[in-house]
Design a protein around this ligand. Structure first.
Ligand SMILES: [Zn+2]
Length: 171
């Protein structure tokens, strides 16, 4: 017998972790509002940028954010991806669109699903609006918004994305 052993360079070791996430102060306020169907951000007292979902501090200035800002559920497409590869355990079948959307009145985007659209027609600067689940299903989750759909409003020029006032709060 040889003393040489085969070198093991990798093993498969699937890991399943179940854990509870403590939202924290800023996210708790955000989630309490979205349970009521209201999208909110927080404004930085130093640079005035509005973050959504709020993290409790400004990523640029490093200062705490306290001022809550009610946002519209209208947004602008900042970037997007057409997903063509199925993701394990994801009930949504490809092809579908995931987009970075900047809600009016905010300066940063969040990621959400697009629907009621022709995938190939989605473009940067396109105006979209949230399609909410029925109110009885609302929970402490962004999933209260089922997806965003295109709306008949003029495109936003690229250099204006993330700089729009809040619209769509009139009803
Ligand atoms: Zn700031």
């Amino acid at each position: 017998m040889s003393d040489e052993q085969e070198v093991i360079t990798a093993i498969k070791a699937p890991v399943f972790l179940k854990y509870n996430f403590t939202a924290g102060k800023a996210a708790t306020r955000f989630l309490a509002q979205i349970k009521k169907g209201v999208l909110t951000g927080q404004r930085c007292p130093k640079c005035a940028a509005v973050f959504v979902p709020p993290r409790g501090s400004c990523a640029a200035c490093g200062v705490a954010t306290e001022e809550e800002v009610v946002l519209a559920d209208k947004a602008t497409v900042q970037s997007f991806t057409i997903v063509s590869i199925p993701i394990p355990n994801n009930p949504i079948q490809p092809p579908y669109i995931i987009a970075n959307l900047v809600p009016d009145g905010a300066n940063v985007s969040f990621i959400h699903l697009m629907s009621e659209c022709v995938n190939e027609d989605i473009h940067i600067g396109q105006r979209v609006q949230a399609v909410w689940k029925p109110q009885a299903e609302w929970d402490y989750a962004m999933a209260n918004i089922r997806y965003f759909k295109p709306i008949d409003e003029p495109d936003v020029p690229v250099d204006r994305i993330g700089k729009l006032p809040v619209t769509g709060l009139e009803g």
